[in-house]
Write a protein that binds this ligand. Structure first.
Ligand code: FAD
Ligand code: 2MC
Length: 379
């Protein structure tokens, strides 16, 4: 068993970190104020192969493992977790198309998804169903040409900003087996958006409702097989949960790095505050939490990469563990900055706000525990 990253993996991390340092970190506070990530960022990330990180090489993607992808999200989140997480959602969608889409659907969407000329959003949640995702009500009725969609999707990251939407909709009976996944293009008749949600964090990226009112799409926009949409959506989320964990990890690491530097400069009672043993112990505790998170996350990613029978459970455990550790560490870093931690210019309070939602989206941490407990009881 080898716990070290390979030279190639180290190079992937370094490449993402260098891009984030140069092009994302200096802009992160401004993009949050503007509530907008300039769209020209995405093709530049795509040039590094980040538009289809785990889309197969046969399909033109980077063909990386899930573990490799967590390195990219960890490194980019050191610059801004909100930007990195947004990229993760697009990657989840691109991989769903690659893994499950027909040749026609791939030919229609993949190339532009990989170059990020087409940016994708993922639409599962509805106003009346979040955690209980299989209770969704949006309908996709068969027509002569394809499907007519009606319903509302809530909290959609990239709603009104993205170029295309993967929508989970009901084509059959109640329950998970009656759900299919379809692609809806921006500009489709009957597609509209709610107002911009006013959020605690993730403010750089837009969140809106996606409204479908007799929205007609062609038959070949069905993703994979009818009735399998819920399974595709859940499989996508396994990787998404790893990525979100990596976003918490990278952001918390950057907060800890900044805190160490700050504490060596800040003077109190005649010495730098990193000389107080009480505070040194807090630093040590935070380091231990992040190292444990990193090892646990990478093990979960390895399980997904190797199709381990307990991979789903490990993705859920990593999501619960790492997102909570990440928020704890950032909160500790804020405290160690004193009053300055509470000021926007120091960047720590933004991280506390950005990371909070990682315990809620891509499956709440209660649902993560439910997944783990169900497995334990069934075993
Ligand atoms: P509910 O399901 O109503 O849950 C309310 C509370 O009850 C939670 O604490 C929950 O954990 C708890 N709970 C529910 N059921 C159980 C149970 N069985 N046992 C114990 N506790 C339970 N969704 C998308 O599809 N696409 C997106 O791009 C997207 N982006 C998002 C961006 C943001 C900023 C936010 C805030 C949300 C986003 N979501 C997105 C939605 C997100 O996935 C949901 O908010 C989340 O899954 C929870 O659903 P809910 O809000 O309806 O809460
Ligand atoms: N991986 C693969 N398959 C899965 C899976 C997973 N993680 N989770 C469920 N499935 C399969 C499951 O195996 C079953 O298939 P089959 O009948 O063929 O065996 C099918 O899906 C139905 O699963 P359940 O019987 O467990 O369904 P149930 O409704 O009881 O519970 C639950 C499903 C709660 C685990 C699921 O609804 C869930 O994960 N809820 C959380 C919703 C969520 O994560 N939303 C995130 C929205 S996206 C977002 O927030 C973004 C920011 C993008």
């Amino acid at each position: 068993m080898d716990f070290a990253l390979s030279d190639e993996q180290t190079a992937i991390f370094d490449m993402a970190k260098a891009f984030g340092d140069e092009f994302i970190a200096p802009n992160a506070l401004q993009w949050e104020k503007d509530e907008n990530i300039p769209k020209d960022l995405w093709p530049r990330l795509a040039e590094l192969g980040f538009g289809g990180l785990y889309v197969s090489e046969d399909s033109g993607g980077s063909g990386l493992s899930r573990l490799d992808a967590t390195l990219v999200f960890e490194a980019l989140s050191m610059a801004c977790p909100s930007v990195a997480a947004f990229l993760s959602i697009h990657n989840m969608c691109a991989a769903m198309i690659d893994k499950n889409g027909s040749d026609a659907l791939k030919a229609k969407y993949l190339e532009k998804a990989l170059s990020m000329e087409t940016f994708f959003s993922y639409c599962l949640t509805e106003p009346g169903s979040g955690s209980d995702a299989a209770a969704l009500k949006t309908r996709a009725e068969r027509t002569n040409e394809g499907f007519a969609l009606s319903g509302t999707k809530a909290f959609i990251s990239g709603g009104g900003y993205s170029d295309a939407y993967i929508v989970m909709a009901r084509t059959g009976d109640a329950g998970p087996k009656g759900i299919s996944a379809v692609v809806v293009d921006d500009g489709a008749d009957g597609l509209s958006f709610g107002g911009l949600e006013d959020k605690m964090g993730w403010r750089a990226q837009p969140t809106r409702q996606v409204q479908l009112d007799n929205c007609n799409i062609p038959a070949d926009n069905l993703l994979g097989d009818e009735g399998k949409g819920f399974t595709y959506a859940m499989q996508g989320l396994n990787g998404g949960r790893l990525n979100i964990s990596a976003c918490s990890l990278g952001a918390a690491q950057s907060a800890l790095d900044k805190t160490l530097a700050y504490m060596s400069e800040r003077q109190a009672f005649g010495k730098s505050i990193d000389q107080f043993q009480a505070l040194q112990f807090r630093l040590a505790d935070m380091e231990i939490e992040l190292q444990a998170s990193r090892a646990f996350l990478r093990q979960a990613a390895w399980k997904l990469d190797t199709n381990a029978p307990d991979a789903v459970q490990h993705c859920a455990m990593a999501k619960k563990f790492v997102t909570e550790a990440g928020s704890r560490v950032v909160d500790g870093c804020l405290q160690l900055h004193g009053g300055y931690g509470y000021l926007a210019d120091y960047g720590i309070e933004k991280l506390a706000r950005d990371l909070r939602v990682h315990q809620i989206l891509e499956g709440t941490n209660e649902i993560m525990r439910m997944i783990v407990a169900r497995q334990m009881i069934a075993a």
